[in-house]
Design a protein around this ligand. Sequence first.
Ligand code: AMP
Length: 117
Amino acid sequence: MAYDPNNVFARILRGEIPCKKVHEDEHTLAFHDIQPQAPVHVLVIPKGPYASFDDFSANASEAEQAALVRAVGKVARDLGVAEPGYRILSNIGEEGGQEVPHLHVHIFAGRRLGRML
Ligand code: AMP
């Protein structure tokens, strides 16, 4: 999948549309999902132009990959959900249900989340 520089998260990264930011570092940004599906629903994205986890895992630098993993864990701890727990999820491609073509990791928490699917 070629990267579309006009996708909504690219526009958030450029400051063209607002977000409710919860974390930012050199390589990542995290913000509240606009249509939360749990009491806590936050998205963590890389700043680099990666269309999906597939693209990111193949092409991002080690520093970018480490930063994303660390940001997800830190955001969850900062939100106070590491205990009693949370779920991370990334939709990839058409059959994975991905709507926005910029890698994002969903963090869901704040209620008992039930089975995986
Ligand atoms: P996915 O189906 O995994 O691609 O999820 C895309 C997510 O992006 C959905 O949960 C949307 O609610 C969320 N979303 C779309 N536009 C925005 C926005 N402007 N700010 C925050 N979240 C958004």
